[in-house]
Design a protein around this ligand. Structure first.
Ligand SMILES: Cc1cc2nc3c(=O)[nH]c(=O)nc-3n(C[C@H](O)[C@H](O)[C@H](O)COP(=O)(O)OP(=O)(O)OC[C@H]3O[C@@H](n4cnc5c(N)ncnc54)[C@H](O)[C@@H]3O)c2cc1C
Length: 391
């Protein structure tokens, strides 16, 4: 394989980030604003969707507010969420989401909105963002330190870029993690599968989460006056429920977990097709080493049942940017420790909820724990941000 000098790219950057979605774009924006020369490379396309629902939690929305990108998300028609309603069997528990810290409520922007807004903010901060470029290899010094990346364009040319830091923001199947052989430091066990679709003419007043033995469902108001409705089963039930006829499995799970939605779905209009995710147990990976770091799902993944992955990615971006600006291997190691300290309590409760090994009273208690941990997370990030890199 011939490796060429980049055509439009500089030969060297202060950081090369692989992956231009919520984790990569947020990290790039912060580093570029701190004065670093940053390249972001993604094999995909600008402003596209990805396999993910997109309910944000308080700490994530506060990061977007801190970074000044919420107005663009609101301008894209993302509705504000002022209430979450939890339904356990026949019992409903409405939870108001009060305005706080300059933010009206929560938001659930489609990924084609959120990721585009974050990439545009990274570009505005001075980062270089290139699509259609896939990481295929890393450059190393004689002592094994990562010192650059080899990127393959869609027309089959390979380019080498030198950098003291390659950041993998490249998702659960992270190529960076694979190339540096980053070990899994903690493996989860529980996994839930989900099928979701977008519905017109199905307005909901905020987030709706439904729980029943062996099934869960939810509704998330989002852009274009659509509502994302999802149906969840334990992963070991997923194939049996959805194989052959996804629509029938979806209706079956909604009928089990959220009977009140069944009639409403009949009167609504499905926009596009269903999207399915069979489930993947969570993990923590070693997320920093000589010349490399991992952020977002590349470094830590938790089951989507607690809708916390994007919020985690935005938090980790802030923690990582602080460490990179500090500029030492010790600071990068500290990043991993802080990320783990922040993410572990919610990882633990997510494992228990995703296991479906609970009674309705128990899952209600688990949601109380989740809520307390999310409040703790907001407080911890406020303290971090006060002392961290400029927004
Ligand atoms: C079904 C489902 C529902 C979910 N629902 C929610 C929810 O409601 N709320 C929530 O907060 N979280 C949710 N999550 C989790 C959330 O989707 C992830 O946590 C989030 O996408 C992580 O973002 P990221 O930027 O780390 O990675 P990703 O979004 O996975 O982005 C990785 C990027 O890296 C690029 N890439 C990968 N490999 C390479 C390579 N070799 N070279 C170049 N580019 C590369 C990809 O093209 C991609 O653009 C859900 C996840 C799933 C699967």
């Amino acid at each position: 394989m011939t490796v060429l000098a980049p055509p439009r790219l500089a030969p060297r950057y202060d950081a090369v980030i692989i992956g231009a979605r919520c984790a990569g774009a947020a990290t790039a924006r912060l580093l570029a604003r701190a004065g670093l020369r940053v390249l972001v490379a993604d094999r995909g396309r600008h402003g596209t969707d990805t396999l993910s629902t997109h309910a944000l939690m308080r700490a994530g929305v506060l990061q977007l507010h801190r970074w000044g990108v919420l107005p663009a998300i609101q301008a894209a028609g993302t509705p504000v969420v002022r209430r979450a309603t939890f339904t356990y069997g026949a019992d409903q528990l409405p939870v108001p989401i009060k305005p706080r810290d300059g933010v009206e409520g929560l938001y659930a922007p489609r990924r084609r909105v959120l990721d585009r807004v974050l990439v545009d903010a990274a570009l505005a901060a001075g980062a270089v963002v290139e699509y259609g470029l896939r990481l295929i290899d890393l450059l190393r010094s004689l002592d094994g330190r990562v010192v650059g990346a080899v990127l393959l364009s869609e027309d089959g040319r390979a380019y080498r870029v030198e950098t003291p830091l390659v950041i993998g923001a490249d998702g659960v199947r992270s190529t960076v993690a694979h190339l540096v052989d980053a070990p899994v430091t903690r493996a989860g066990h529980a996994a839930a599968g989900v099928v979701y679709g977008y519905w017109a003419r199905l307005p909901v007043d905020g987030y709706r989460w439904y729980f029943q033995s062996g099934a869960s469902a939810g509704a998330i108001p989002t852009n274009d006056e659509e509502t994302c409705v999802f149906a969840v089963t334990p992963a070991d039930r997923f194939a049996e429920v959805f194989r052959g006829d996804v629509a029938a499995g979806y209706r079956r799970v909604i009928a089990e977990a959220a009977p009140e939605l069944v009639e409403r779905l009949r009167a609504a209009e499905l926009r596009g097709t269903f999207h399915g995710f069979p489930g993947l147990p969570g993990y923590f990976r070693r997320s920093a080493g000589p010349g490399w770091a991992l952020v977002g799902d590349a470094g830590c993944f938790k089951d989507p049942i607690t809708a916390h992955g994007i919020t985690d990615a935005l938090i980790a971006a802030e923690l990582l940017a602080t460490a990179v600006v500090a500029g030492s291997d010790a600071a990068l190691a500290q990043y991993e420790a802080s990320r783990n300290a922040m993410a572990t309590p919610i990882f633990d409760v997510t494992e228990r909820i995703a296991s479906f090994a609970w009674t309705l009273a128990e899952v209600r208690g688990l949601h109380r724990t989740l809520s307390e941990e999310m409040a703790r997370e907001v407080t911890a990030m406020a303290a971090h941000n006060a002392a961290g890199v400029p927004a």
